[in-house]
Write a protein that binds this ligand. Structure first.
Ligand code: FAD
Length: 318
């Protein structure tokens, strides 16, 4: 039986793997069959991960993390965890291929997914003008006209933050009133760089190599018009990937996996969680990596307890 199985191959999963492998636990990383490497595989330049002053492409950063984990003895499989059995001292993970793996501990690092608009052009321009993270990408839009889509607190916060860089921020909302809290609305209304575009949704995103504009559809009368801009920030929510653990692990009101304080300990002993799947707020590669470290140290502590107990139960001389 393995000491630890890590589900997820983003910054959280690979950082846990690096620590656990260096700790001599030969972790198994279940990387996913189609989305190995996590969210950074969907982006281009990452300029805010420490240690890369020239920036690094998201997929290159994830390849380096994987290489580092494998160098110390982590085993990576390109398969999906489809069923978990978490109660009791032996944890079982059933894979899409049908294989079953057992371990003393599980680290659940499945990340979260930003909600998509689901329109023409969105996928093609992701990382080339379409973004889901103002903190990550705002810097690339200095003196450019951009749009933020959404009507909640995060849309207001992202729009206000983006005015530090952009020359103009259109806030596109499909209704004529916002869901955001009053204080966030007032802050956005008071910002001269933000122009609200009410009762509108983006029907299409257009451009060449990069985004050059959007087609707006009026949600009341259905008419369309073009709007020239160079960036679209989608801020319509985020879904932690927790479907595998519904009913098995405690979740928070935000839908993230609940952990005990600053630790990675979930409601089930021996099951730990790290990265965006426990984080409703910060969701950055470096915070996910830090969270992966916490999980690895918690696993180490837990294993020390159970492996010592097992050794004590062995008859002398065995
Ligand atoms: C477009 C974009 C650009 C970004 N740019 C930046 C940036 O410049 N700087 C920055 O710091 N942050 C950036 N972020 C945020 C950053 O990518 C995330 O905070 C970070 O990747 C979270 O790491 P994680 O390991 O928690 O999860 P993820 O990276 O989401 O990885 C989770 C992994 O788990 C896998 N998984 C899920 N379920 C299963 C399962 N059942 N079986 C097997 N595998 C499974 C997924 O497929 C995925 O590979 C960006 C995010 C996006 C969407």
């Amino acid at each position: 039986m393995r000491h630890v199985i890590i589900i997820g191959s983003g910054p959280a999963g690979y950082t846990t793997a690096i620590y656990a492998a260096r700790g001599g636990h030969s972790p198994l990383v279940i990387a996913s069959s189609v989305e190995a490497g996590g969210e950074l595989m969907n982006t281009t330049e990452v300029e805010n991960f420490p240690g890369f002053p020239e920036g690094i492409m998201g997929p290159d950063l994830m390849t380096k993390m994987q290489e580092q984990a494998e160098k110390f003895g982590a085993e990576v499989v390109y398969d999906d965890a489809v069923e978990l059995s978490l109660d009791g001292p032996v944890k079982r993970v059933t894979m899409g291929s049908g294989a079953v793996h057992e371990a003393h501990t599980i680290v659940f690092a499945t990340g979260s997914a930003p909600r998509k608009l689901g329109i023409e052009g969105e996928k093609a321009y992701s990382g080339r003008g379409v973004s889901y993270c103002a903190t990550c990408d705002g810097f690339f839009f200095r003196e450019k006209a951009i749009a933020v889509v959404g009507g909640g607190d995060s849309a207001m916060e992202e729009a206000t933050f983006l005015t530090k860089f952009a020359s103009k921020v259109y806030l596109i909302h499909r209704r004529d009133e916002l869901r955001a809290s009053k204080i966030m609305q007032e802050r956005a209304f008071a910002n001269e760089k933000i122009e609200f575009v009410w009762n509108a949704e983006i029907a299409d995103i257009v451009g060449g190599d990069q985004v050059t504009g959007v087609v707006l559809r009026d949600t009341v009368d259905g008419s369309t018009r073009d709007l020239a801009l160079e960036g679209v920030f989608v801020a319509i929510g985020n879904d932690p990937r927790t479907h595998l653990v519904h009913g098995a692990l405690e979740l928070t009101e935000d839908g993230t996996v609940a952990v005990d304080g600053r630790s990675s300990r979930t409601s089930v002993p021996g099951v730990f969680a790290a990265g965006d799947v426990i984080d409703p707020t910060y969701r950055q590669a470096v915070t996910a990596a830090g969270s992966g470290t916490v999980a690895a140290l918690d696993v180490e502590h837990y294993l020390a307890g159970i492996l010592d107990d097992a050794a004590a139960e062995q008859p002398a001389g065995v």
